[in-house]
Design a binder for this molecule. Structure first.
Ligand code: PEP
Ligand code: MG
Length: 292
């Protein structure tokens, strides 16, 4: 079976009646990029940038970030790479930011909420990504968007980053798509509105499941209640895919469910065509797609 899976590496994921599906990897480092390619990833559906911030004792500079994004893009061989802006807080602390202790960290000051509050930090990351964009094919993705207003403000900071780079005469990629993760129920329920202002969606089932079911994804005592196959979660996923399709924007999934072979057929039937997962899951999911 292992040999069979290995032999799939260079085959594209296509159903028996010819429907093409894109299988990408979730990565956090340049080394992960190598591994992703070895499993036949067609791109990166989620580049988590937290590691870059967590492995230091102060904020990475624009140059440090630029170098990292550039190196990932150079190794991608022209494949698309979706770079997610900082998703810190909740389960991922960042000691040097001096974040306050919170009663409900998952409902608190995290991800895009921090970035929109700490514009300096956000602007630096966006400038680094825009500059690195000339070395490959990349997209910018915001985590934890809960409303159209948040998306608008975040996009305004992207515009500001472009303006400052233009004024300074610094080279950057001007046409990078800007999309959102759909991982809060309010985002899924307003997917039609968000789709008018986002270039793409990527469904984050890990948080979507946690917030829809009110089940802490880290709490082992209630792990049995954490069920991404709950009809409430599936309805939000279906709604997101349909609204994305209606608006004509690409819809992918980068939560764990995308790499779960038990979900592949269901998600495909709902219209999902871009799956991003831990690289090691790609061959198994591809085998399922090839049999559909
Ligand atoms: C998700 O929430 O599904 C996701 C992909 O993001 P993370 O697991 O990093 O929160
Ligand atoms: Mg998430």
């Amino acid at each position: 079976r292992r040999q069979m899976l290995e032999s799939l590496k260079d085959r594209v994921a296509v159903t028996r009646d010819g429907v093409r599906v894109h299988l990408e990897a979730n990565i956090a480092s340049v080394e992960d990029m190598e591994q992703a390619l070895s499993y036949g990833a067609e791109g990166v559906g989620l580049l988590r940038t937290e590691l870059l911030f967590m492995e230091r004792d102060q904020l990475p500079t624009e140059e440090e970030q630029f170098t990292f994004y550039k190196n990932v893009l150079l190794r991608s061989g022209g494949r698309p790479v979706t770079i997610r802006t900082l998703d810190i807080g909740g389960d991922k602390p960042l000691p040097y930011l001096g974040l306050p202790k919170e009663e409900n960290p998952f409902l608190g000051y995290r991800a895009i909420r921090i970035c929109l509050d700490r514009r300096d930090l956000f602007l630096t990351q966006l400038r680094a990504i825009l500059r690195a964009g000339v070395f490959g094919s990349c997209r910018i993705m915001f985590p934890m968007i809960g409303s159209v207003e948040e998306l608008r403000v975040a996009k305004a900071v992207v515009a500001e980053a472009r303006e400052t780079l233009t004024v300074e005469g610094v080279d950057f990629a001007a046409d990078i798509p800007v999309g959102v993760m759909i991982e809060i129920p309010s985002a899924a329920l307003t997917a039609d509105l968000l789709a008018k202002e986002a270039d793409f969606f990527s469904i984050g089932t890990n948080d979507l499941c946690q917030y829809t079911l009110a089940v802490d994804r880290m709490n082992e005592k209630i792990a049995a209640l954490y069920d991404p196959f709950h009809p409430a979660v599936l309805r939000l996923i279906r709604m997101t895919i349909e609204e994305g399709q209606r608006a004509g924007i690409p819809v992918g999934m980068c939560g764990e469910l995308a790499g779960d072979v038990a979900a592949t057929k269901l998600l495909f039937d709902m219209g999902l065509r871009e799956f991003s997962m831990a690289a090691a899951s790609i061959p198994e999911v591809k085998a399922i797609i090839l049999g559909l």
